[in-house]
Design a protein. Structure first.
Length: 216
């Protein structure tokens, strides 16, 4: 049997809270496949929705994605920030490096600049019925990102409870703005070490190196 069939499942958790996303589109979620490969999706795979559980985490992702390095860079930003009301079940709980390791997934993959292992894991999780994943932010150590698998449709914040469907997400645009200056030195830019990953690896060296899954 192959690695996917023998890998243990992560813990399934629910998330009922707000999440945040910057987006230069008219809506913060979509029904079309993602055209570009990102951490939890391959190009042209089913729609994948990326967000953070805090506004700071979302701004940090923008800073890292656009490689904004100075306060002058930040002053050039004018980007919509959205808040979304999330009610999801069957999420893979990789919210800490330890939880990923305990489930047999290599913790360094969660913040690596090579997305291949996360893309393969997302494909496996989709096949196992997971609706998304909670994972550490690669951009802001200590923050957590929420990724949802599949199509979602943004509806107004006051959309009737009785009319909500599983694919509907209440959303509203908070403001058009820019990341705060004080966030800049906290962001992990590409090519820099992830301080919390390094801390975890140094305290649990025996378990936290490499993929511990059985290989068939």
């Amino acid at each position: 049997m192959g690695a996917h069939s023998t890998a243990p499942d992560p813990r399934r958790v629910s998330y009922e809270d707000v999440a945040f996303r910057w987006s230069d589109y008219d809506v913060p979620v979509w029904t079309r496949p993602n055209s570009s490969p990102l951490r939890w999706n391959r190009a042209s795979q089913d729609a994948t929705q990326y967000m953070s559980v805090t506004a700071e985490g979302s701004w940090a992702e923008l800073i890292r994605s656009e490689r904004l390095l100075t306060e002058a860079d930040l002053r050039l930003v004018s980007m919509p920030m959205w808040v979304l009301q999330i009610r999801e079940t069957k999420l893979a709980d990789y919210s800490t490096f330890e939880k990923a390791q305990d489930a047999g997934f290599p913790p360094d993959a969660l913040v690596s600049e090579d997305y291949e292992r996360c893309q393969a894991e997302a494909e496996r999780l989709r096949g196992r019925g997971f609706r998304g994943v909670l994972a550490p932010s690669a951009a802001l150590p200590g923050a957590v990102n929420l990724t949802l698998f599949g199509r979602r449709l943004a509806v107004p914040w006051d959309y009737p409870e009785t009319a909500l469907m599983a694919s509907f997400v209440r959303a509203k645009r908070l403001a058009v703005g820019r990341p705060p200056d004080e966030l800049l030195p906290l962001v992990r830019q590409r090519g820099e070490p992830h301080v919390l990953l390094n801390e975890y690896l140094s305290t649990r060296p025996a378990r936290a190196r490499g993929d511990t899954r059985r290989r068939g």
